[in-house]
Design a binder for this molecule. Structure first.
Ligand SMILES: NC(=O)c1ccc[n+]([C@@H]2O[C@H](COP(=O)([O-])OP(=O)(O)OC[C@H]3O[C@@H](n4cnc5c(N)ncnc54)[C@H](O)[C@@H]3O)[C@@H](O)[C@H]2O)c1
Length: 325
């Protein structure tokens, strides 16, 4: 069976992808630097679950460390690389753009160059809807303008996408870019809205909302993202970009109402000024992924939110202790 290197394996999305791959019988090497940008207990929790799966093994390494990558590629026969490692977070990228260029852009380059040197022909790259900036049509197709990114995060991801194209064009690497749209699900990131809202509502703390809450998002359930990634792994396009996004758009205010019902408590909302780096809306046009990957999101927002709140309540004895960044 094929052996796949998945970077960012202890992260929210990477862990789900590793789990799906192992479930389908792939041999999976999960790589992660286990950084502490958020509470590492969430990463340990995900890794503990992965380490029970046959075919999965973990290597702690950083994709900015060229020597570490060289040793991994020299010692393992790889069939594909799925690069999910990266520093996410629109706002953090405003404070520390260098971190984003290093992990998201240089890290991707390091992996692509290892693929070139070690003849690994298949590369999948995680990117983001943030590349579309704030003037995109809704729903947004892959062909929309990406020349006006709003923050260094989007710039670092656009550069990684273009590096994939250059390595495809120069060295024949089969590269697919996957632009994820606001992913949610159990054991998600504590800096993202859904995790924060569940915790704050459950604890009766003020629910901080940037802007007036009318901004909308096309939330995508994490398992759907993993399914789309595996679909892309099974195809060869040369170079291609796909949106992977949910089909239901919801305002932040309506999202809070849904979470209130699931948690069974009322939110005390505190509106704050909108951040300049934030987009007012996102919603994917997934016509291309439907046609070429035979992919569409299967988990509804209501079902996904229920699973996420259920997970939180089950794990609340330790998760409620996680500091929200
Ligand atoms: N969650 C979303 O809504 C979303 C939306 C669009 C795109 N993305 C992209 O998907 C990817 C995964 O996001 P996530 O939400 O799972 O975030 P996450 O922070 O939970 O996962 C990223 C993982 O990568 C690891 N990592 C970071 N830099 C690394 C490095 N230099 N070397 C090795 N490992 C490193 C981190 O330790 C972490 O475990 C990111 O590239 C992100 O930009 C996420």
């Amino acid at each position: 069976m094929e052996q796949i290197l998945v970077t960012g394996a202890a992260g929210f999305i990477g862990a789900e992808i590793c789990s799906k791959l192992a479930g389908e019988g792939y041999r999976v090497i999960g790589l992660d630097n286990l950084n502490s940008l958020y509470d590492t207990r969430l990463k340990s929790y995900r890794l503990n679950l992965l380490q029970e799966l046959p075919g999965f093994r973990f290597i702690k390494a950083d994709i900015t460390d060229e020597d570490a990558l060289e040793s991994i590629f020299s010692n393992n026969q790889l069939d594909a690389v799925i690069n999910i490692a990266g520093v996410p977070g629109v706002r953090l990228s405003v404070e520390n753009p260098w971190l984003f260029v290093s992990s998201n852009t240089v890290g991707t380059l390091n992996l692509l160059d290892c693929c070139r040197r070690h003849d690994v022909k298949k590369f999948l790259q995680a990117s983001t809807s943030s590349v579309y900036g704030d003037n995109a049509p809704y729903p947004t197709p892959e062909s929309a303008d990406t020349t006006h990114p709003l923050q260094p995060y989007a710039v670092s991801k656009l550069a990684s996408e273009q590096m994939c194209y250059a390595y495809h064009s120069l060295h024949g690497i089969d590269a697919t870019v996957l632009r994820f749209f606001t992913v949610f699900g159990p054991c998600g990131r504590p800096d993202m809205a859904i995790f924060r809202f569940i915790k704050w509502i459950d604890e009766g703390q003020p629910v901080l909302v940037n802007g007036d809450g009318t901004q909308t998002r096309g939330f995508t359930y994490v398992e759907d993202i993993a399914n789309g990634t595996l679909a892309a792994l099974r195809h060869s396009f040369g170079y291609e970009i796909f949106n992977l996004g949910g089909h239901e758009s919801i305002s932040i205010n309506d999202l809070i109402t849904k979470i209130e019902k699931l948690v069974g408590k009322k939110a005390s909302i505190r509106y704050q000024p909108m951040m300049k780096a934030d987009m007012t809306a996102n919603l994917a046009d997934i016509t291309k992924a439907r046609a070429k990957l035979d992919w569409h999101p299967e988990v509804s927002l209501d079902e996904g939110l229920k699973r996420t709140v259920d997970w939180y309540m089950n794990e609340r004895f330790w998760v409620s202790d996680i500091r929200i960044s």
